[in-house]
Design a protein around this ligand. Structure first.
Ligand code: CA
Length: 256
């Protein structure tokens, strides 16, 4: 039977992740080795690159299933590596988990807008790091096996259904009445559960579906959306300093 290293109940309920290759890009050797230790303890293969300039070549050669990317590298910073990966057709789909220092929220926002999948903040707990890693790998597995079910999104064990074609959202079987903007925001966040989206990404996604949005009005729409979702309102999680994500509705793991 599969069992998580930390033995927590929450971890035991999570399905196992297929064996995967993780590449850790981090110049601080001790931190890199600590990450490697925890990845390997979780049954993943993990290799290290300590040099930002080498990183893109190593990624190209190894084609890992996930890159853990420190943003603060002395020679070539993590954002630039992220940018180069997203520009390269064969590397674009490799998921990226960014590692940032406290107070680098603007870098995190920039990284997510470049296409990074998630982030952890230093100093991180191994439990949070591995939860993020497993989350990204599980989503990747889920997306690979996902049948094409058209324009319907079903989440939270069937409690939330978003029917894009009919423009109808229901919670526990009852239709809820959303504005076009609220519908657009919900559909955008729910289309990739677990992914953090910045306010600017949300604005771009619903652009044209409503009147002009600003960062502050995004927050107002989110508040209204949460209220209308009722008991599922906390599925729209605030990621402080960065934006929002559609989560499982339980309290997200704290970063610090
Ligand atoms: Ca570093």
């Amino acid at each position: 039977m599969w069992q998580s290293w930390d033995g927590s109940v929450e971890a035991l309920l999570e399905p196992p992740v297929q064996r995967a290759d993780v590449l850790i890009v981090e110049d601080e050797v001790e931190i890199a080795e600590l990450m490697q230790f925890h990845c390997e303890r979780d049954g993943l293969r993990a290799s290290l690159v300590h040099n930002g300039k080498l990183a893109v070549d190593v990624i190209r050669r190894q084609k890992p299933d996930l890159v853990i990317l420190d943003l603060m590298l002395p020679d070539l910073d993590g954002l630039e590596i992220c940018r180069r990966m997203k520009r390269a057709e064969e590397l674009r789909r490799i998921p990226i988990l960014m590692v940032s220092a406290k107070g680098e929220e603007s870098d995190v926002v920039a990284g997510i807008e470049l296409g990074a999948d998630d982030y952890v903040t230093k100093p991180f707990s191994p439990k949070v790091l591995m939860a993020r890693v497993r989350n990204i790998l599980r989503r990747r597995d889920a997306e690979q096996d996902k049948p094409d079910d058209g324009d319907r999104i079903v989440l939270s064990e069937g409690r939330l259904v978003i029917d894009a074609e009919r423009h109808v959202v229901s919670v526990d079987g009852s239709t809820i009445d959303l504005t076009l903007t609220e519908f657009g925001i919900l559909q955008y966040l729910a289309s990739r559960p677990g992914f953090v989206r910045t306010r600017d990404q949300i604005i771009a996604a619903v652009h044209g579906k409503s009147t002009v949005l600003s960062s502050r009005t995004v927050d107002v729409h989110i508040t209204a959306l949460r209220r209308k979702l009722g008991s599922l309102g906390d599925c729209i999680e605030t990621v402080r300093g960065v934006g929002y994500r559609f989560g499982e509705g339980k309290t997200a793991l704290a970063d610090a």
